[in-house]
Design a protein around this ligand. Sequence first.
Ligand SMILES: [Zn+2]
Length: 320
Amino acid sequence: MATIPWLVDVLRAAGVQVVVEGDWLNRMRPGDFNPIGVLWHHTAATSSATNPHPALNVCINGRSDLPGPLCQALVDYHGVFHVISAGRCNHAGTSGGSGPIPAGDGNTLMIGWEIDYNGVSQEMTAAQYNASIAATAAVLKRLGRDASYARGHRETSTTGKIDPSFIDLNVMRADVAAKMSGGTAWSAVVDNTTAGRFTASANWGVSSYSGQRYGGDYRYADPVAASDAAWYKFNVPATANYRVDAWWPANAGYNSATPYVIATTTGNRTVYADQRVNGGQWRSLGTFTLPAGDANRVGVSRWSSGSGLVIADAVRLTRV
Ligand SMILES: [Zn+2]
């Protein structure tokens, strides 16, 4: 049976924070382990800043109906990887086949990250997302596989698993691919606190209420039938196609149809996002042709037909 004793070193070399959980090199299930990919999960436990890894004990020791370890690593609320096992774990069950991962024994085929969030009323934190991308990219590079070998449990499950919830798995894979390419694809993030690159009127309040925020805070405003957009300025290196991603914290009180305005080579295009859901992650607004130059390229408009606060947090452009 193979093991992956290199896991801790590979994660640390990728800048991922690691906590080694006891005798991880010898804690594993009996049976075959020859991983070719990484499988993403959520634990269904509710984590918080003060209780960052509520499912850690069960992932190490298992449950009455399923012996541990239940994953190679648990990703806590702060994005710290708790490494539990260098060998086979009970995380995947049977794979029905997804992308390049064949049908078969999922626990043989894949390394599992259990991302500790509940997946029903709680979404992945920014720290969990960023650490999961970095760790997945590093491990797939070590395995000699591309980003398509990262899957979500809901894609491989034959028993109707829903995890990881609230995540666009194609965007997550695209982020892994960008990480693996060593940053050759141009990408830039503008947050609401990025100096000189974000402008909004004083009608936009500042909040750090949601733990799903990108960075320290975000801006919010009531919807209004008036032109009072918050703008994100980017220095676009060349006229070309760019994927535009937005990050917002989600809340039932936020806007169901927030207009994102994208200034393309052929005029402004508007895409609507439901900010009640899908928070704490990059969500693709689509791919657009943008002109070269340093200018306001993406705006969040208050002119929404939806009720609830309009949120302006972070925007990312990636050349495709
Ligand atoms: Zn799962």
